[in-house]
Design a protein around this ligand. Structure first.
Ligand code: HEC
Ligand code: HEC
Ligand code: HEC
Ligand code: HEC
Ligand code: HEC
Ligand code: HEC
Ligand code: HEC
Ligand code: HEC
Ligand code: HEC
Ligand code: HEC
Length: 412
């Protein structure tokens, strides 16, 4: 029995020793030479196969830029979960088709082949990636590979505020991978709340305002499809802001598209008359006239000058810029001398009625009835008069011709 145990220990001991020796044997001598092909396909190294995960599946794998900043080069398969956007690593990684990669600095074989332990006892693999100035440079390089399959989208973003900002030299203006990710690409508009979150990565303060607005609250509550989110007003790829020549001019129809839609507004018990009443009012009438004349420079109030933009609230909410107590200040943006009574002398979105504005209603009604009756009566008068004159003339001519024929008869 004792003997049997001894042999087992001996066998295990030899096996462990052999394992250590064998392991040392590959690392040490082999490092001096270039990798050589192995006979058995099962043992082929990632040097030969270019199998990305053969190297990048080490969670400790990292790269160091010239300024000392370190980023992870670990590829975690979990990143792809939920994304059906996966056609093999090489479909996006043009510069890493094989190893050494296109921009590889010469790496010491030791980094992989001799485990290096840091103070905490963790094995680390840190590589020199200083051929790139920073992480952004890697993202921009990989981003150009999206072009292979999505030319149309590149076309769309060409004419956008974001691309103009990029062209002006701001490398942090958004590119495809900022909004869609690299490994975790999923549908960007499902759920619908995701769109605002995409934009909020860079437009945090706009987003936090929008979130509390009447539109934003409805969206956040249940992904309400009826309210506008960032891309309804600015676009997703052809993003434009207030500096764009026809942005302000176009904003009236933008709000109008929804707010003049009776069926939609009835759902929320909101008047669908606001668009028409705006156009009937002096601000709207002059804006419409200048748009028709092709003048896009708008100085008169549009919807958002009064209601705000990302902070739009119901007029009954005291945070609203059109809440009665805030209205004077809102008018003062453009009517600096507006006193407390200034807004009261104005109809807002109401059509004039006997109850709200009796004098104006009376004047409007007076003109509404008086002018048609007056002109109508005048026309009737002219017609009757003309008829009588024509009838008189015909009568005269008839009696003349009767006289002539009678005198001819008597002359026979
Ligand atoms: C033999 C090991 C090895 C294999 C195989 C390998 N890589 Fe790498 N990879 C590295 C090392 C080492 C670096 C660090 C910098 C360098 O040497 O380029 C790196 C860096 C990278 C980077 C950062 C940018 C860069 O070029 O430095 C990306 C992205 C990358 N690899 C993707 C891939 C993809 C995709 C594959 C498969 C097609 C792959 N790698 C296969 C070892 C490997
Ligand atoms: C749909 C395109 C796409 C595919 C497919 C893809 N990658 Fe990437 N990968 C990217 C993008 C884009 C980046 C740049 C980082 C970022 O912004 O997400 C990146 C970055 C990396 C990096 C560098 C880490 C960093 O933060 O810069 C490694 C390593 C990498 N990918 C490995 C892989 C491996 C391994 C596979 C295959 C299993 C793969 N990738 C498949 C798009 C892709
Ligand atoms: C990014 C990490 C990495 C670097 C850097 C690296 N190797 Fe490797 N190498 C590996 C991995 C992973 C294996 C596979 C190990 C295994 O299968 O057990 C490997 C296997 C090998 C093998 C085994 C034989 C084979 O081809 O299967 C040789 C030889 C080799 N490497 C040589 C080198 C040399 C020489 C260098 C430096 C010029 C180097 N390696 C740099 C990761 C690396
Ligand atoms: C090998 C071709 C290929 C490459 C490279 C590629 N895509 Fe795609 N992508 C597709 C296909 C195919 C679809 C599905 C059809 C569609 O919606 O156009 C898709 C869909 C998408 C979608 C919509 C996803 C969804 O679930 O609705 C986004 C966003 C996207 N790609 C972004 C990118 C980005 C960003 C890159 C670069 C990092 C990229 N793609 C690189 C082929 C590719
Ligand atoms: C500023 C953020 C942003 C940038 C930059 C951006 N997208 Fe998008 N993209 C979106 C949003 C938001 C949506 C979803 C809403 C929509 O469909 O309009 C979307 C939708 C998509 C879709 C799916 C919708 C469809 O038409 O099927 C694809 C594919 C896509 N983008 C690819 C790209 C590519 C490729 C690039 C780079 C040229 C890019 N995007 C740049 C925000 C962006
Ligand atoms: C990666 C960061 C980033 C993301 C994501 C992003 N933007 Fe931007 N955006 C910028 C930068 C940078 C500018 C230009 C700087 C500036 O003028 O504020 C800009 C400018 C704008 C402008 C014009 C601002 C002006 O003053 O004219 C609008 C509008 C805009 N973005 C909307 C969006 C929308 C909508 C989304 C989401 C679909 C989005 N952005 C996503 C970075 C981003
Ligand atoms: C109901 C339409 C609407 C929605 C929804 C909307 N915006 Fe705006 N946005 C506008 C208008 C109108 C302006 C111009 C305001 C001005 O000129 O003062 C503007 C201005 C901007 C600007 C530039 C000026 C500033 O305030 O910084 C950015 C950036 C912007 N929006 C981003 C966003 C983002 C991000 C979202 C989503 C969270 C969003 N917008 C949602 C209509 C909208
Ligand atoms: C995509 C359609 C859509 C667009 C575009 C839109 N809205 Fe709205 N708006 C709605 C809906 C739907 C509600 C009701 C939300 C709720 O009560 O939950 C609403 C609510 C409002 C309210 C509150 C009304 C009340 O009495 O509660 C105001 C004010 C408003 N919007 C003004 C604007 C202005 C100004 C614009 C343009 C800058 C605009 N909206 C653009 C759909 C839209
Ligand atoms: C000169 C300022 C001003 C302009 C311009 C203006 N509004 Fe208003 N709006 C108000 C005021 C004040 C109220 C509250 C009193 C009322 O309902 O008339 C209001 C109320 C509303 C309401 C709530 C109606 C309800 O039933 O609860 C909506 C929606 C609205 N406006 C949308 C718009 C749209 C869309 C435009 C552009 C087509 C616009 N407004 C232009 C000042 C303005
Ligand atoms: C974005 C700027 C702007 C805002 C905000 C604005 N207005 Fe005006 N409004 C104008 C301009 C410009 C005119 C034309 C002035 C002119 O040429 O005589 C005008 C004309 C008027 C007129 C016609 C009589 C006059 O003074 O010429 C009245 C009344 C008026 N606005 C009321 C209001 C009220 C009430 C508010 C606030 C609820 C308001 N406005 C907000 C720009 C604005």
């Amino acid at each position: 029995m004792m003997r049997y145990r001894f042999y087992v220990f001996l066998l295990v001991g030899v096996a462990i020793l052999g394992w250590f020796l064998f392991d040392g044997a590959i690392s040490a001598p082999v490092l001096a030479q270039e990798p050589t092909p192995t006979a058995s396909p099962a043992r082929r190294s990632p040097h030969q196969t270019g199998d990305c995960l053969g190297c990048h599946s080490n969670p400790e794998m990292a790269g160091r830029f010239a300024d000392g900043k370190i980023i992870s080069l670990y590829y975690d398969p979990k990143e792809h979960e939920g994304s059906d956007h996966f056609d093999g690593c090489r479909s996006c990684h043009d510069a890493q088709q094989e190893y050494p990669h296109k921009n590889s600095q010469s790496q010491s074989c030791d980094v992989c082949h001799l485990q290096i332990f840091d103070a905490s006892g963790q094995s680390t693999q840190i590589f020199d990636i200083s051929s790139y100035p920073d992480e952004r440079a890697i993202a921009i390089e990989i981003n150009s590979s999206c072009h292979k399959c999505h030319q149309g989208k590149f076309q769309e973003i060409t004419d956008s505020e974001h691309t103009r900002v990029l062209e002006r030299g701001n490398r942090f203006a958004p590119i495809c991978v900022d909004c869609h990710g690299g490994h975790n690409i999923t549908s960007p508009n499902e759920p619908r709340t995701k769109i605002a979150q995409i934009c909020s990565q860079c437009h945090k303060s706009v987003y936090s305002t929008y979130k509390t607005s009447v539109h934003g609250q409805a969206l956040e509550a249940d992904s309400n499809p009826d309210v506008p989110t960032c891309n309804n007003c600015h676009g997703s790829h052809e993003v434009e802001g207030p500096d764009h020549i026809d942005f302000k001019a176009g904003s009236i129809n933008l709000c109008g598209n929804c707010h003049a839609d009776k069926e939609l507004m009835d759902k929320y018990n909101i008047s669908a008359n606001v668009f028409q009443t705006y156009l009937d009012d002096f601000h709207g009438r002059t804006v419409e006239a200048s748009l028709k004349a092709g003048d896009l420079k708008i100085t008169k109030a549009t919807c958002y000058d009064c209601h705000g933009v990302h902070n739009i609230q119901s007029p009954e909410n005291e945070l609203s810029s059109v809440y009665p107590a805030n209205l004077q200040k809102t008018c003062q943006q453009c009517h600096p001398d507006a006193g407390i009574t200034f807004p009261q002398a104005w109809l807002r979105h109401y059509s004039s009625t006997w109850e709200t504005t009796p004098l104006l209603f009376a004047i409007t009604a007076f003109y509404g009835y008086f002018i048609p009756i007056f002109i109508g009566g005048f026309v009737v008068y002219i017609v009757i008069d003309a008829r009588r004159r024509v009838a008189d003339k015909l009568k005269k001519r008839f009696s003349k011709s009767v006289q002539i024929s009678e005198s001819q008869e008597t002359g026979k």
